[in-house]
Design a protein. Structure first.
Length: 487
């Protein structure tokens, strides 16, 4: 029977072997990179940053001339003015008209308003980049938190597994003593009850580890049903700076220079300073230069053609021939209305376009006198925004400093607790070793042995929790220095 069980176990292990080798474990850097590439908050903040960059580019283009081209073509019906003769045409006529225009204008000087707006949007765009970096930092810290929770949970699983193995070994030893008549059956039953408790603790620890892994998947925006596991670096090998090198004032000084949020605040103050300068420029005149090229074409489908009547018409003037006065006459004619076909309306297009070509150039000065207080109120608004940006910086710096001091105190307390738990583990281990030997010699009952074993297990769990808590709080201190998160 044992051979069949062994064969089944080998087959099961063999069936899971390819999966175990095929599943690649993710380290913290890969988890962070994946989260940054797939996190919605990062994408949204990046869009806001790119919008700020678009504003900057648009303001840069505002310093260049505006150039516009326009054209129109249309048909007019009824009474209108012929653009070529400047006379009224028949009410039944159709007029084809076409216009072309090219205009350009540029602001020559407006007391540096354009330049100051460009600088303001440039610093705002840089602040947007820092916002993206801040969100990425926050996500990296969040990922590291869940990553360390998984490592802690799995260490607790290992501790629970070791306790199960120890209890199972004690059950076997107690059974031998009962069979030999050296111990009562109660010892075995007590140890079997403890083994059931150990099994329950182990199941709970595994469930906690699995839940922590699901929580990490959620932070990464990873498919909950997809295969995923993390690398488990030994906690002792996680690099930590000495606590003495992370004094709060030094960390704060470096954090103000390196943290993205603090950089963004400084950039926004600079942006608001340029906004104040730009608003001040609205009180002064603006000088602009403009130029344009225009031409037009027009042709009516009605035109008049003269036709001789055969009768002379007096002109009202005379000339003398000796003593005779002779009236001056001209041939009589009438105007016959003619109609052009639509294709003939375009005749002479090039000549008329050339004849009607005209140019213009001019300089304009706009002096603000009274615009409903818009310039004055805009300047007040810009100054208030600058003041608010400075207050935001001060509040952010104060919050950062408070968080750094809290993190330092927490790290100091965590270090002391970790050292205390290490001493507790050493003491309870010696106590358990001594109790185990006494139990083997029949000098200690199973209840006292279980109590000693439980004390050791709790001490190890407390030590693991304290060690991971210390590591995490030290990483938070390093994070506030602007070093990011590294395991």
């Amino acid at each position: 029977m044992r051979k069949w069980k062994m064969l089944l176990l080998i087959c099961l292990q063999g069936s899971f072997l390819p999966f175990a080798f095929s599943q690649e474990k993710w380290d913290l850097r890969r988890c962070v990179d994946y989260a940054l590439a797939n996190n919605i908050s990062v994408k949204q903040t990046d869009i806001q940053s790119r919008l700020a960059a678009v504003d900057y580019k648009q303001n840069k283009w505002s310093q260049y001339p505006n150039v516009d081209f326009s054209t129109s073509t249309g048909l007019g019906f009824g009474r209108s003015i012929d653009p070529n003769t400047n006379t009224y045409i028949s009410e039944t006529a159709m007029l084809l008209s076409q216009n072309f225009g090219l205009s350009a204008g540029v602001t020559v000087f407006n007391w540096h308003r354009i330049r100051n707006n460009i600088m303001a949007t440039r610093f705002a765009a840089d602040a947007g980049n820092m916002d993206v970096a801040k969100v990425k930092n926050d996500i990296a810290l969040n990922v590291a938190t869940f990553y360390l929770q998984i490592l802690l949970a799995r260490q607790q699983v290992n501790i629970a597994k070791v306790q199960m193995a120890q209890t199972r070994e004690q059950i076997g030893f107690a059974r031998k003593k009962v069979d030999a008549g050296a111990s009562p059956e109660l010892d075995v039953l007590t140890l079997e009850g403890q083994y059931a408790t150990d099994s329950s603790n182990y199941i709970s620890a595994v469930a906690t580890a699995d839940q922590n892994l699901l929580d990490l998947k959620a932070v990464l925006n990873f498919d909950p049903g997809a295969a995923f596991d993390i690398a488990e670096p030994p906690v002792e090998q996680i690099p930590l700076e000495p606590l003495l090198d992370l004094q709060p004032e030094n960390v704060f000084r470096e954090g103000v220079s390196n943290m993205p949020a603090q950089k963004a605040n400084a950039l926004r103050i600079q942006a608001q300073e340029y906004n104040v300068k730009a608003a001040k420029g609205a009180f002064y005149p603006t000088i602009s230069v403009g130029a344009g090229l225009n031409t037009q074409f027009g042709m009516s489908n009605k035109y008049a053609l003269p036709q001789l009547t055969g009768r002379d018409v007096p002109t009202g003037t005379y000339w003398k021939n000796g003593t005779d006065t002779i009236p001056v006459v001209s041939p009589g004619y009438i105007l016959q209305s003619q109609t052009r076909s639509f294709s003939k309306l375009w005749d002479g297009w090039g000549t008329l376009i050339n004849d009607n070509f005209r140019q213009n150039i001019g300089v304009s000065i706009s002096v603000p006198i009274n615009n409903g207080g818009q310039a004055r109120f805009n300047q007040q608004r810009a100054k208030l925004n600058l003041e608010n940006a400075k207050l935001t910086r001060d509040q952010s710096d104060l919050t950062l400093k408070t968080e750094i001091y809290k993190a330092y105190n927490s790290a100091s307390a965590a270090l002391e607790k970790w050292n205390a738990t290490k001493a507790s583990v050493s003491l309870t281990q010696r106590t358990y070793d001594f109790a185990s030997k006494r139990f083997e010699l029949g000098l200690l009952n199973s209840f006292d042995l279980i109590t000693s074993q439980n004390n050791l297990t709790r001490a190890k769990l407390d030590q693991a929790a304290a060690q991971f808590d210390y590591v995490f709080k030290m990483k938070v201190l390093e994070f506030y220095k602007g070093q990011g998160i590294k395991l």
